[in-house]
Design a protein around this ligand. Sequence first.
Ligand code: OXD
Ligand code: MN
Length: 580
Amino acid sequence: MTTQNEALRQWIEEVTNLTTPESVYWCDGSEEEYQRLIQEMLGTETLLELNQNTYPNCFLHRSDPTDVARVEHLTFVCTENRDDVGPNNHWMNPAEAHEKMTALYAGCMKGRTMYVIPYCMGPINSPYARCGVEITDSPYVAVNMRHMTRMGKDALARIEREGQFVKGLHSIGELDPERRFIMHFPEELLIQSYGSGYGGNALLGKKCHALRIASWQARQEGWLAEHMLIVEIESPEGEKHYIAAAFPSACGKTNLAMLIPPDSHKGWKIRTIGDDIAWLHLDATGRLRAINPESGYFGVVPGTNEKTNKNAYDSISHDTIFTNVGTTSENEPWWEDKKNGEPSTDWKGNPYNPENGPAAHPNSRFTVSASQNPCYSPLAEDPAGVPISAIVFGGRRRELAPLVYQSKNWKHGVLVGAGCASETTAAATGDVGVVRRDPMAMKPFCGYNFADYWSHWLSFAEKSDNLPLIFHVNWFRQDSNDKFLWPGFGDNLRVLRWIIDRCENRVDARETAIGYLPNPSDIDTAGLDIDSATMDNLLHVDTDQWREEITTVGSYFDEYGDRLPGELRAQQQKVLSALG
Ligand code: OXD
Ligand code: MN
């Protein structure tokens, strides 16, 4: 197979000459191709069969033990002007990066098949969707890309029609952490990744394209590419709202997107549009509309059970690729908090011994098609996307941030997003549980200078007076005994209802220096074992702590020097003086 697109044809030829694969294979995205690649990987033990009676078409991939997460310290944005990437990114001069990568790629696919994967991010007929082509020497990447993107023939046809695509070159190389780089060249619409097979480093449609490169393009073209779930909420009366929420990696986006209403909420329906990424565009009426560029979920497995996320639990009972989970003696996949079965083998393939740590790696993952989600919304396939009523920011904070608050207006909401901080998780290599600034949950994913990104966000206030309201939530408040104050999971719907009531102007709120907070009686706690003192605690704003926080946010903004938008500084100063 080849292509009528000359730029693509030439690039494939160049990469073939550089990497010298044994053969070149163009993926068509068919079921037959998927099954064939799976069989080939079973033959090389890249995949292992799980119990096909209880987990039909489920397979396990055990990665190299040094290759289990995103590698932020090895991820670079390479632009002519260093200031364009800001202190939020690692920068490398494009010429230097090209030289380094060309040396790594030289002959790296010798003896291997090179897979060419045309893909589309977003519904194939959506004007908001964008295409890319990933070249990889990993069949594991090829099958994962089939779940995660609209991949194959139709995407290639769109590329040939439009003539535009993002180039992504990936090789697992030697899986050597010393020879591992994830490079982005936004000015060339090019991604180059070497030395890792892990999702966020290797499935280039996801973080590399749909966030880092897309955020760069979105700024140039007037839209937003965000690390956000999109959830549809329908009341018993049939009123529908769509909420987009940005939380850092492994902070519960998938759970919120697939929420199951608590027993007290008969008649409420929740459907998933997306669980990780949202592309947001203003429509002719000034509303922000969102599409989910992905077509599958690459979710964190540990903690998934029938109580926490039954929709995900059921989705991954068949036709799923598991990465780095443990197994039971029945050869079923096993992970911490599965609440079903016992581990017999750990994620490295050794007999399970609790002294060696958890059976499943804390960042073990499932890859599954969104169509398997029992609450998948048909509107996720709508080329026009869905209108967003509210944007919600959040993070994992054991103290300080109340359960929910609303920003005073869009510009203040940009400060709320820009000031976000969260505890780090196992989704990236490095320390876990350390609070760091993670503006809009985009710290690892914004492909340009945060100062310019915040200006871009602020500019929407001038473009529309029909924008979503902006909120902040924190499901993770703990007491002095480390007990979570809020039950979370399905009960988060109670908080979403307050958010919707605010959007519909149906409920009052208490104005504070940091924003509008619910009157405790306006959060429906019927059926919950939660006393009023706990609710007061969850909705408490500690002025001293907040003064310190907003001062720290100000010092963080100093890192962005003159490029920081004056309006953001003004918003920060306004909150600081309101705190007294
Ligand atoms: C992810 C991440 O995999 O954010 O979605 O790390
Ligand atoms: Mn993510």
